[in-house]
Design a protein around this ligand. Structure first.
Ligand SMILES: CCCCCCCC/C=C\C/C=C/C(=O)SCCNC(=O)CCNC(=O)[C@H](O)C(C)(C)COP(=O)(O)OP(=O)(O)OC[C@H]1O[C@@H](n2cnc3c(N)ncnc32)[C@H](O)[C@@H]1OP(=O)(O)O
Length: 304
């Protein structure tokens, strides 16, 4: 675990800037009855993530704002972990809703440029940050809801899968899934475990082998997402579901969540360094690097 402090240092170095005390993101002002003062709310942001915590409801909104596609770069992952840790340690926060501030894209998954043409040390640092993000999110004590307002391939899908509940915009142009095989790479065992826990073994096996991405209505059919709503109803629906989950006593819900997820979390914790070494040796193979370069070229060609 020699290099784990590297991420800790990045987290310590990275500043979290406070915003104003009465932010307007997610239309709080619009929801407030006229004539009443706004309920206490705290907001903070960093370069890639905006967070607004409504102290009266105990619910935070975390919005990804890393255009063009909210790819999960090392910087993004570090800032995500900082933001989540802040909320986890805040007694006023009981639930978080994740959404994108970038139109049409929830997250394009792991940043491919972090896995291509870099040093072994860089790959190891990046992978530790990916592990850290998942361990914190999947193991969170808070109620976590993904408001999937855009496409969400691979690592973006993992973020959604790691939440307690997934609501997706009903647009069939938005797709979601673990498509790693299409890039010539393999979803690691803890992506797979998270997927199996949501959709079951058979569907996970077929989807992972084929690297399937599902349009939102297809994803609903087999439970990859829990419900679909029109885009304009997404926030309202996420708040309503959150209220339902928060109506239960925290300790009972948290112990149940931990019981359901512990084996999968423990498996990565027990094999964390081995998993980093597997990733580094896999991703640095010339054949895998070639596949990633070809995939990036294909993305660029698709535009022209
Ligand atoms: C033996 C076992 C060993 C175990 C080893 C384990 C190894 C496991 C390794 C890794 C797991 C990987 C997980 C991942 O998440 S990989 C990432 C997968 N993501 C994707 O496939 C999505 C790719 N992107 C898209 O499909 C589209 O970009 C889109 C649908 C998200 C958005 O489409 P559109 O709006 O049309 O935008 P563009 O395609 O034009 O993209 C804009 C811009 O952004 C760049 N880009 C897109 N996605 C990524 C990305 N994930 N990383 C980096 N950059 C990305 C794209 O190239 C464009 O760039 P530009 O041309 O310079 O503008």
């Amino acid at each position: 675990m020699a290099a784990v402090p590297t991420l800790a240092r990045r987290i310590a170095r990275s500043g979290v800037r406070p915003l104003c005390r009465w932010p307007l993101a997610w239309g709080r002002a619009a929801r407030q009855p006229p004539g009443l003062p706004l309920a206490p709310c705290r907001a903070f942001s960093n370069n890639k993530i905006l967070v607004e915590l409504d102290e009266s409801s105990g619910v935070a909104m975390m919005k990804f704002k890393s255009p063009p596609v909210n790819s999960l770069s090392l910087d993004f992952l570090t800032e995500f972990c900082i933001s989540l840790e802040k909320l986890e340690n805040d007694r006023a926060c009981r639930g978080v809703i994740f959404a994108s501030a970038v139109p049409r894209i929830f997250s394009s998954g792991l940043d491919i440029t972090e896995m291509s043409g870099k040093s072994m040390e860089h790959y190891a640092e990046f992978w530790r940050a990916v592990q850290e993000m998942w361990l914190r999110l999947y193991g969170s004590n808070m109620v976590t809801i993904a408001a999937v307002n855009g496409s969400s391939p691979a690592g973006g899908c993992l973020v959604a899968l790691s939440c307690d509940y997934r609501i997706m915009v009903e647009n069939p142009k938005f797709s979601i899934g673990l498509n790693e095989a299409q890039l010539g790479i393999v979803a690691p065992f803890w992506f797979k475990d998270t997927f199996v826990n949501v959709v079951g073994h058979r569907i996970a096996e077929r989807s992972l082998q084929l690297g399937s991405l599902y349009p939102a209505p297809e994803a609903l059919k087999f439970g990859l997402v829990d419900e679909l709503v029109p885009e304009e109803k997404l926030q309202e629906k996420a708040m309503a579901v959150m209220a339902q989950w928060l109506a239960l006593p925290d300790h009972a819900r948290q112990l149940t969540k931990s019981m359901m997820r512990k084996a999968v979390l423990d498996r990565l914790v027990a094999h964390r360094e081995e998993d980093v070494q597997n990733f580094v040796s896999f991703i640095s193979k010339e054949s895998i690097q070639k596949s990633l370069r070809m995939y990036m070229e294909m993305l660029k060609k698709k535009k022209s």
